[in-house]
Write a protein that binds this ligand. Structure first.
Ligand SMILES: [Zn+2]
Ligand SMILES: [Zn+2]
Length: 169
């Protein structure tokens, strides 16, 4: 593996992971606050194929495109490889987000078969928690971990809930 290839592959993976945190931050601190007038359309019943909130999904595309173009045509060097990797990681995250969030969770694409991957079914269920409460998880792919941690905090016993047995008394 050449150094150039190694740089952009590692950078792309790191960018994909970082986008989960960045998306959660934007969703919780900006979409649900300053940009609620736009994001609200995603929490209401959709009329027609599009919702105002779709505009927010497009925000990162020009940045990712610019980075990939620089990665293709910029002067050779590590900066070019990093730009290419970040652009590619952001694009992969965007595609995965659209497939799982818009497709699997909100059924806007015919990808219900993705639920055969058990973890993605848990991601879907965790995002439904956000839609029923308006609270966390604000991220998508780590949603199941956030839901599990919240359940543990609210029930420090941590045991799966069951009816009390006579021996409990
Ligand atoms: Zn939301
Ligand atoms: Zn949603």
């Amino acid at each position: 593996m050449t150094l150039s290839l190694a740089i952009w592959v590692v950078t792309a993976l790191a960018a994909f992971a970082a986008m989960e945190g960045w998306a959660a931050l934007l969703h919780g601190k900006v979409w649900h606050r300053a940009l609620w007038s736009v994001h609200r359309s995603h929490h209401e019943k959709r009329r027609g194929a599009l919702e105002r909130n779709d505009a927010l999904s497009l925000l990162h595309a020009p940045v990712a495109t610019g980075l990939i173009l620089h990665g293709c045509a910029g002067a050779p060097g590590p900066l070019r490889d990093v730009a290419f990797g970040v652009g590619l990681g952001m694009t992969a995250f965007g595609v995965a987000y659209v497939l799982v969030h818009d497709g699997l969770v909100h059924r806007r694409l015919p990808v219900s078969g993705l639920a055969r991957i058990p973890y993605l079914a848990r991601v879907r269920d965790a995002h439904r928690v956000h839609h029923s409460t308006g609270g966390p998880p604000f991220g998508l792919f780590l949603g199941p971990l956030v839901v599990r941690r919240a359940a543990r905090l609210s029930d420090p016993g941590g045991a799966p809930s069951r009816a009390p047995l006579p021996s409990d008394r």
